[in-house]
Design a protein around this ligand. Structure first.
Ligand code: C5P
Length: 227
């Protein structure tokens, strides 16, 4: 298919708490493009594998789980965040906990698990365009994307943002333990042999430390240009 015939993609990669989720949602809304929250797919598999009592380092069992888990996204009835359903059950706020993030990071290091999720991710590329949020959107899944962004922020600021998000959901967390967990997860994501967290060579890096959401959204929209 000629490149002009496929929907354009904006990839937004970066470590946890860099603002990817919020920025991706806002930019997708403004452009009227689809949104792929690829982290939710890894979280859903980590969640399903944990619920099934699997050993998260058992590559074969976790891959079978990734291949068979049904993951669907549905808009929240009250117009808030999209809900993620795992095998028909609303995984709720559980999916956003750091425990689930750590499970996602563990199973995401298994190459056959990543392979099992490729087609699902590609299927989001339709309609007017796609904003794809993750770790390897610009490097592995959509290497031909015309627009690529890599968001960063200091670890302290990222931990503070996650702390606020989780507290707002009523979850009990401490800032110091979150900082430790986030740093450990980022180190694992960046050092794994398959699809490590890194900016694509043609990505524009934006450091969001000290920037508010509107400022980052404006920078990203300026990169894409007016549709
Ligand atoms: O973005 P989020 O924090 O929801 O991602 C959870 C975990 O899923 C990450 O720490 C990472 O290990 C994994 N992930 C990945 N590739 C992606 C998106 C997420 O490996 N494209």
């Amino acid at each position: 298919m000629p490149r002009s015939a496929v929907a354009p993609v904006l990839t937004i990669d970066g470590p946890s708490g860099s603002g990817k989720g919020t920025i991706s949602r806002r930019v997708a809304d403004q452009l009227g493009w689809n949104l792929l929250d690829s982290g939710a797919l890894y979280r859903a598999v980590g969640y399903a594998a944990s619920m099934a009592g699997l050993d998260l380092s058992d590559a074969e069992a976790v891959t079978r789980c990734a291949e068979s888990t049904r993951i669907t996204f549905r808009p929240d009835a009250e117009g808030g965040e999209t809900r993620v359903y795992v095998n028909g059950h609303d995984a709720g706020d559980e999916l956003r906990t750091e425990t689930c993030g750590a499970a996602a990071s563990a199973i995401a290091a298994i190459p056959s698990v990543r392979k099992a999720l490729v087609d699902k991710q590609l299927s989001f590329r339709k309609g007017k365009g796609l904003v794809a949020d993750g770790r390897d959107m610009g490097t592995v899944i959509f290497p031909d994307a015309p627009h690529k962004v890599f968001l960063t922020a200091s670890a302290a600021e990222r931990a503070k943002r996650r702390y606020k998000q989780l507290k707002a959901k009523g979850l009990s967390v401490t800032l110091s333990s979150l900082l430790r967990e986030i740093e450990a997860r980022d180190a694992r994501d960046a050092s794994r042999s398959v699809a490590p967290l890194r900016p694509a060579d043609d990505a524009v890096t934006i450091d969001t430390t000290g920037l508010d959401i509107d400022a980052v959204v404006a920078k990203v929209l300026a990169l894409v240009g007016s549709p």
